[in-house]
Design a binder for this molecule. Structure first.
Ligand code: AMP
Length: 406
């Protein structure tokens, strides 16, 4: 499907209101500890400025109305986007002005007098409850800042919030479009979900099977292999009657796990589980650990990583795949003792990519893993979306995308 982007629009003389995702992690002194989200928005902003347009940036930062101070009041200082002004200015090579209150009088004065080549940033949208509610009047007010609306915040595309979705209602079809980041996210996700070259393998991991059930069910019809690692694998073993010791298990998902295995079999999709695990006698970095068949984990022991044989199995499947989607770690990779499985999978995905496969890695922890192992530039695409990417692969239409695509 055609994606309408900033690339084919001449912004000369226009004011672009851009929804970016500047929800970056800050330390106690409000220094940015990871600026990748800001960096990801730079190409879109630069293109608009180069055309001779002006830019009004809007974003959220954290959840100010939900994470209150101990005295029950909103922590405006902690959640202020003014902390990112300096660094954003440095990345853009243009001084970014601070507009303050996103629908305040000052902000409107500033956006009204903004000149070509200038950039301003509005204060945290989530200081207003209307943002997450998708309030129409609030959205309409936001729309007054610019005559073109650009959405470049894939991370929030699954939310029908004012700035991500509803605001688009106040722009004609030819004045709303995606930024480069959004366009790249959609294009790469579609390569996997709509145009996967076979064999297509999805690698799913992480702690909870309940978070991933919908995506597994949707992928059964599309993937040739679904590799399941991480804590969620143990629910599948338990569902088949095996002994998993004190490994993670979601007892209310045993039936669904059984159904998934049967459905996959019927559709010719192979579910690949870790035949062995690295088990530990406690959930700790200094636990005693050993390799053990996943079908028979002793009481008092828990599987915290995939085992040696599983690594070989997973690698074999990954190596013969032409399309690979990876979401979620294979074990508790934050602890060195239990990171071998995640590292081996990251390496296998990189190797398959070198041999011509298309690979997409998404979701906070798997992205952290490829970064940690220095393999981020050895996979085809690293997504910035966590929840949004999952929902896309669950087969849902994301409101932020629909608002522009129609
Ligand atoms: P998620 O947020 O569901 O993607 O899960 C990511 C988390 O799952 C990471 O913090 C991992 O440490 C954790 N995890 C992965 N494998 C296991 C396991 N076998 N047991 C417990 N936690 C795990």
């Amino acid at each position: 499907m055609d994606i309408k982007t900033v690339d084919s629009y001449d912004f000369s003389g226009h004011k672009a209101l851009i929804r970016v995702d500047f929800n970056v992690p800050l330390d106690k002194q409000y220094n940015i500890t990871d600026d990748s989200r800001i960096k990801a928005a730079v190409p879109t902003i630069k293109k608009i400025l180069k055309d001779g347009g002006a830019v009004i940036l809007m974003s959220h930062l954290g959840r100010p109305l939900k994470k209150l101070k101990e005295d029950g009041t909103v922590d405006y200082e902690k959640h202020s986007l003014k902390h990112v002004l300096k660094h954003t200015s440095e990345l853009l090579g243009v001084e970014v002005k601070f507009g303050g209150d996103c629908i305040g009088e000052e902000a409107f004065k500033m956006s009204a007098s903004l000149k070509a080549g200038e950039v301003m940033l509005l204060e945290n949208l989530r200081f207003y409850k209307e943002e997450e509610k998708g309030d129409a009047a609030f959205s309409e007010k936001l729309s007054k800042h610019g005559d073109v609306y650009v959405n470049d915040a894939f991370g929030t595309a699954h939310r029908a919030h004012a700035s991500t979705t509803i605001v688009a209602n106040y722009y004609p079809a030819d004045r709303k479009m995606f930024g480069y980041l959004m366009a790249a996210e959609i294009k790469n996700a579609d390569k996997v979900i709509l145009q996967a070259e076979k064999p297509f393998t999805a690698i799913l991991g992480g702690a909870k099977v309940s978070d991933k059930m919908l995506i597994i069910e949707n992928l059964i019809a599309k993937a040739d292999y679904i590799i399941i690692g991480g804590g969620m694998a143990y629910t599948f073993f338990k569902a088949q009657g095996y002994h998993i010791g004190s490994s993670l298990a979601e007892d209310d998902r045993l039936e669904t796990a059984k159904e998934v295995i049967a459905k996959a079999e019927a559709k010719g999709c192979k579910i690949v589980l870790p035949v062995d695990s690295v088990i530990a006698d406690k959930f700790a970095a200094d636990a005693n650990s050993k390799n053990c068949d996943t079908t028979n984990i002793p009481d008092g022991w828990m599987g915290l990583d995939i085992g040696e044989k599983a690594i070989v199995d997973f690698r074999n499947v990954i190596n013969k795949s032409k399309t690979i989607l990876w979401n979620g770690p294979m074990g508790v990779f934050e602890m060195e003792k239990f990171q071998a499985g995640t590292k081996a999978v990251a390496e296998a995905v990189a190797e398959a990519t070198e041999n011509g496969a298309f690979s997409l890695v998404g979701g906070g922890d798997s992205v952290a893993a490829v970064n940690q192992f220095g393999l981020a530039d050895k996979v085809s695409y690293v997504s910035t979306g966590g929840g949004a990417l999952l929902e896309y692969f669950e087969g849902k239409e994301l409101p932020g995308i629909k608002a522009i695509r129609g």
